[in-house]
Write a protein that binds this ligand. Structure first.
Ligand SMILES: [Zn+2]
Ligand SMILES: [Zn+2]
Length: 182
């Protein structure tokens, strides 16, 4: 499945919002790339990779699994957020994460256009992983999704209804694997 190339977006944002300060003679000061399929905790990050006997490296990585299904504005907003971090670090040479420099730049970018909005936190829906287990109550049959087995867990509803809110072994949940191999 094709994913949009990030460099053209990077160059446009650099021209429009950073005075082309993140490039030198059309060469970006940092690498910009998509993650592999595993980056799911955050939509993107900027990082400095110190090197020994070589120039340090800098990169922006965007989460392919989180962003590839979202509209282009989500990609631009995330990339622009990380570019502000890179700009503060590489151009202003300041150490700051989401402080006054970041907020001022974010506000000026947000007020200068309406195609996307940069936010302090990347707030995109995180796709839910499918559950590994179904926990089934033997009394009422209620089925709920669990990522791991909880030993000794009983159906809250039945304990409430039949045992005055006390734990009772007759409504101990039974775990069934959710991902059946067919
Ligand atoms: Zn940030
Ligand atoms: Zn129950």
């Amino acid at each position: 499945m094709p994913i949009v190339p990030l460099l053209p977006i990077f160059h446009r944002l650099d021209r429009e919002h950073f005075d082309s300060s993140l490039t030198f003679q059309s060469q970006p000061h940092l690498a910009v790339r998509w993650s592999d399929g595993r980056l799911r905790k955050t939509a993107g990050f900027y990082r400095h990779i110190p090197k020994f006997l070589e120039p340090d490296e800098y990169e922006i990585v965007l989460s392919r699994p989180l962003l590839e299904l979202l509209p282009q504005s989500a990609i631009e907003s995330t990339l622009c957020h990380e570019m502000i971090h890179a700009w503060i670090h590489l151009v202003l040479k300041q150490k700051e994460s989401h402080g006054p420099l970041f907020k001022a730049k974010m506000a000026s970018i947000n007020s200068s256009q309406s195609k996307f909005q940069v936010s302090l936190r990347h707030k995109f829906p995180v796709p839910q992983k499918p559950p590994r287990w179904w926990a089934v109550c033997p009394l009422c049959g209620l089925k709920s999704a669990y990522f791991r087995k909880v030993r000794g867990a009983a159906c809250r509803q039945c304990c409430q209804n039949f045992y005055g809110g006390n734990w009772h072994s007759s409504c101990l949940l039974i775990y069934e694997p959710a991902l059946k191999k067919s």
